[in-house]
Design a protein around this ligand. Structure first.
Ligand SMILES: Nc1ncnc2c1ncn2[C@@H]1O[C@H](COP(=O)(O)OP(=O)(O)OP(=O)(O)O)[C@@H](O)[C@H]1O
Ligand SMILES: [Mg+2]
Length: 383
């Protein structure tokens, strides 16, 4: 699939932008703080309905503008052309139109456009706290399963309410049946999250392991482990997962009330990355950790491709400069496969001539895109 056009209005530092990208590699080059990553953020927003970095959606609205809008014409192999539009309002509300029709739910957007994003902050998937890894799982699985996104939202609400009730019960001398109703909700929305996360990791690991072996010239083995927040039976189905979740909640019931919080469930999930058997978070070098993330992202691309039946769009935010020659060559080789890629960088030095000749190059300066070719030669010559 690919974007035939991308349109931004009052988005970040863009007043108006209409981009008609090529179907292969699109390079967005420019100095710092000019708006390169903002373009990737806009595309990712259409794919996931979530911002890559804003904690509040209204941060994406251009200073003093009333609302931000992002739109794209997406071409899919089977479905043909789909037009997507999203508006972000200062009230934090977002609205979505698909083929011009307003949709009641923002999550209707999921699955229309698939994208894999890879940026410097993704190193946190290996190095940061478990919540970052859960967020990673959520973003990726939501793109291939809108139901997951729905269950996740319900689960988070349930968890909040249940924790409030547990605090209440702790301070209250008597018990009633109110916890049972919340427990049912917890299992109903929580068990499918456990199931889908385990399934996703089971599918992703062998792909990532193979890529990691190639990237490290056969010297390293990578193993990805799903560490569920509920001990799960080996290979069990959704029913077995639900049963295990119930048993655990039963087991920790008294302690939950004593501590006033939910102690088991997918909110405690984590992932572990092992390089040659050692935990990459604790023992990996920076280069090894970066390689794990690159393997993960390329594996994710493969998995999504398999899942949706065509390659997703690849978004690479300023990653070339951090990679050594072997990994750079691997990534460039990857891009030469026929998938649409948007890549940001501050200089074109890292790219071989034949790749540049085959790319669309956009020079970005203060929220405007200079017409293609305008500065290509001067940047190439390093002036
Ligand atoms: N809501 C907003 N309204 C106006 N400008 C904004 C808004 N949010 C961010 N910006 C501006 O966008 C610019 C940053 O854009 P972006 O992150 O895309 O830069 P970049 O080109 O990727 O830079 P770098 O090379 O440093 O990563 C900054 O100048 C910032 O002030
Ligand atoms: Mg940037």
């Amino acid at each position: 699939m690919h974007l035939q056009s991308l349109q931004l209005r009052h988005f970040r530092n863009y007043n108006e932008l209409l981009l008609k990208p090529g179907t292969g590699l699109n390079i967005l080059v420019g100095e710092n703080a000019q708006g390169k990553s903002n373009v990737l953020e806009a595309i990712y927003l259409l794919a996931t309905s979530k911002s890559l970095r804003a904690s509040r959606d209204s941060e994406m609205i251009q200073n003093s503008a009333g609302m931000a809008a992002v739109g794209a014409e997406v071409i899919r192999e089977r479905e043909g052309e789909i037009s997507l539009e999203m508006a972000v309002l200062p009230s934090e509300k977002k609205t979505v139109r698909i083929n011009g029709m307003k949709r009641a739910r923002v999550i209707d957007l999921l699955g229309q456009l698939n994208a894999v994003f890879f940026g410097a902050l993704d190193l946190g998937i290996v190095t940061a706290e478990p919540s970052i890894r859960r967020r990673y799982l959520n973003l990726e699985i939501s793109q291939i399963s809108p139901k997951y996104c729905f269950d996740l939202a319900r689960f988070k609400k349930t968890l909040e309410q249940r924790n409030r009730l547990l605090r209440d019960l702790r301070d209250r001398p008597y018990r009633d049946g109110s916890l049972d109703a919340w427990n049912e909700q917890l299992f109903r929305f929580g068990a499918p999250l456990l199931e889908k996360r385990r399934f996703f990791v089971e599918r992703l690991s062998p792909l990532a392991e193979k890529i990691h072996r190639d990237l490290s010239d056969g010297r390293e083995t990578l193993e990805i482990r799903y560490l569920p927040g509920v001990p799960l039976p080996e290979g069990g189905d959704l029913l077995a997962i639900d049963r295990a979740f119930r048993e655990e909640i039963e087991r920790v019931g008294e302690e939950e009330i004593r501590r006033g919080m939910t102690l088991v469930g997918p909110q405690r999930d984590d992932l572990q990355f092992l390089i040659n058997g050692a935990d990459a978070r604790l023992f990996g070098s920076q280069g090894q950790q970066r390689t794990v993330v690159l393997s993960l992202k390329l594996a994710e691309f493969r998995l999504m491709e398999e899942y949706v039946g065509e390659p997703p769009v690849m978004l690479l935010d300023d990653v070339m400069s951090d990679l050594d020659d072997l990994r750079k060559a691997h990534l460039l080789g990857w891009m030469q496969r026929r998938c649409q890629t948007f890549l940001t960088c501050t200089s074109l030095r890292d790219f071989p001539e034949e790749i540049l000749a085959d790319s669309h190059i956009y020079h970005i300066s203060a929220g405007t895109v200079l017409p293609e070719g305008t500065h290509a030669n001067s940047v190439l010559n390093g002036s």
